[in-house]
Design a protein around this ligand. Sequence first.
Ligand SMILES: Cc1cc2nc3c(=O)[nH]c(=O)nc-3n(C[C@H](O)[C@H](O)[C@H](O)COP(=O)(O)OP(=O)(O)OC[C@H]3O[C@@H](n4cnc5c(N)ncnc54)[C@H](O)[C@@H]3O)c2cc1C
Length: 261
Amino acid sequence: MKNFNYKNASNTKEATKLFSNKAAFLAGGMTLLPAIKLRLAAYSDLVNIKKIKSLSGIKVSNKSVKIGSTTTHATVALSKEIKKTIPSLATLAEGIGDPQVRNRGTIGGSIANNDPAADYPSACLALNATIHTSKRKISADKFFKGMFETDLKKGELIEVIEFEVPEKASYAKFPNPASRYAIVGVYVAQLKKEVRVAVTGVESCVFRCKKLEEALSNNFSTSAIDNINISSKGFNSDIHASADYRAHIIKVMAKKAVSTC
Ligand SMILES: Cc1cc2nc3c(=O)[nH]c(=O)nc-3n(C[C@H](O)[C@H](O)[C@H](O)COP(=O)(O)OP(=O)(O)OC[C@H]3O[C@@H](n4cnc5c(N)ncnc54)[C@H](O)[C@@H]3O)c2cc1C
């Protein structure tokens, strides 16, 4: 069904109030609108959240970077403050899709959608992010549940994504040449207390790679990755790459990320 009521929210309270049982929040529309057009999804109401000023923008401190949920990928890619504090996050945003997608798509829409090949979920996991919603704060470790599935409840609005500022971090992506979605993406972060490594594009949901984390915690260098055996069990296998190939590329991307930290 392509018929729906279109509603504009001017603040977060209004957005959650306007949300009915069969509604969806509309951010950049880069996923939502094609899904409706292709009849993969149907809603009674779309609640546009792009006009809510408090949801957009970037705040940087020594410890964290807070990004409003409707901040576009282009804004993150071009942000001088992010380039200074977490340059790998700006690089990640710069590598999403094409200029049209980057100018419309938002960080909140990306993580709410939780596409198995999306880039931002890996940054959230590796940078120990906290997702601030209209109801609570959720750690990234608990947020990403499965394919296109998150811990968000109906009508729960993502307001801010807060990233820990790492000592060093880098994201390396082996992109699908058409869409730029990750065939394999590896985000490596050396945080104050731990090393975190998140992998996207490889399973039905982004995940942390414990083997890489352990190896890099002992020795943060590309050579630490050489002897790791990454099993391809459960990995995606499709026209773009077999499961074994993806397992191989994880190591290649992890080395690339470590060497560019
Ligand atoms: C051609 C193309 C190429 C792309 N390439 C890449 C790529 O290389 N890498 C990548 O990571 N992504 C890629 N994307 C995805 C894109 O970057 C968007 O991030 C993504 O489509 C969703 O963001 P959006 O703001 O458009 O959300 P929308 O489409 O508006 O919404 C998506 C979902 O999130 C929900 N939602 C949105 N905002 C919120 C919120 N604040 N709180 C709660 N729920 C919310 C909506 O209700 C909907 O269910 C691509 C998309 C296209 C069309």
